[in-house]
Design a protein around this ligand. Structure first.
Ligand SMILES: [Zn+2]
Ligand SMILES: [Zn+2]
Length: 260
């Protein structure tokens, strides 16, 4: 692996593409969230289990991370956040990393951030629906609070370009509140078909979002156990592209996507 690849700008790199408990913790695929390079800044979104090791294996220096962003506290999104922050801040020697996340990441019974690491953050912001958090040249808007098994969870819009639709129960309100025609819409499509009582998005929900909001490109990721056991995400993405007429791809572990 060569280091120059980390100099390139405006890209998304998927460390892992598993979603939900069974798929993540039986390691059907890797987890670890994704890296985003925007405005020359490195952002790590949802550093789930393994993220710390995967970064090092790819020769990515975590000290280059300026922002860490969490959509919610569930372990498949957050397990490595403390290790990532410890390495991004070089054990407290570098003071430049921000953490943008729901308040429940920092405070309360289910908080997952170690209190001593909080002191090492150069900046912190709590998401609230409709509010924008900004650090360096990166703007993250919490466009909508999701319904997702009682976890405080938000859909996030990065620099008005990349919409990250994290885990959620589909609601029609998404079609009113989310922005239209974004450059890339990343959709956590954990379920193949809808399942009662499970507050995750399925393929039909992704189709509704893509049809209603017409992003320039869509990426499906965060695949659950049943999805991966019985379906091929690449074939599903082809079908979604055909139905929506929006270029849709299925993410795989290590996939890189460039945009301008
Ligand atoms: Zn979750
Ligand atoms: Zn999830």
């Amino acid at each position: 692996m060569v280091l120059y690849k980390w100099k390139k700008l405006d890209k998304i790199l998927f460390l892992g593409t598993a979603g939900g408990r069974a798929s993540t913790f039986r390691l059907l695929r890797r987890s670890g969230g994704f890296l985003l390079n925007l405005s020359g800044r490195w952002i790590h979104v949802d550093p789930g289990p393994g993220a710390f090791v995967y970064l090092h294996q790819m020769d990515f220096d975590p000290r280059d991370l300026d922002l860490v962003v969490l959509s919610h506290v569930h372990l498949d999104h957050s397990a490595d956040v403390n290790s990532i922050l410890e390495s991004a801040t070089d054990g407290g020697r570098r003071y430049h990393t921000a953490l943008l996340a729901p308040r429940s990441v920092f405070e309360g019974e289910d908080r997952i951030l170690l209190p001593y690491l909080r002191k090492r953050l150069a900046y912190e912001a709590f998401f609230e629906e409709g509010k924008i958090a900004e650090y360096m040249d990166v703007k993250v808007k919490a466009v909508m609070k999701h319904r997702h098994h009682d976890a405080e969870t938000y859909a996030l819009l990065f620099n008005d370009r990349i919409l990250y639709v994290t885990c959620a129960l589909f609601e029609e309100r998404m079609l009113e509140v989310y922005p239209k025609n974004v450059d890339i819409m990343i959709i956590n499509t954990t379920l193949y078909s809808k399942r009662t009582y499970i507050e995750h998005l399925c393929v039909d929900d992704a189709i509704k979002l893509i049809n209603g909001l017409k992003p320039k490109r869509a990426i499906l990721t965060h695949f659950g156990y049943e999805f991966l056991k019985h379906h091929d995400p690449q074939e599903v993405a082809k079908r979604v592209s055909f139905i929506t007429q929006v270029e849709t791809i299925a993410a795989f572990d290590g996939m890189e996507v460039y945009f301008h």
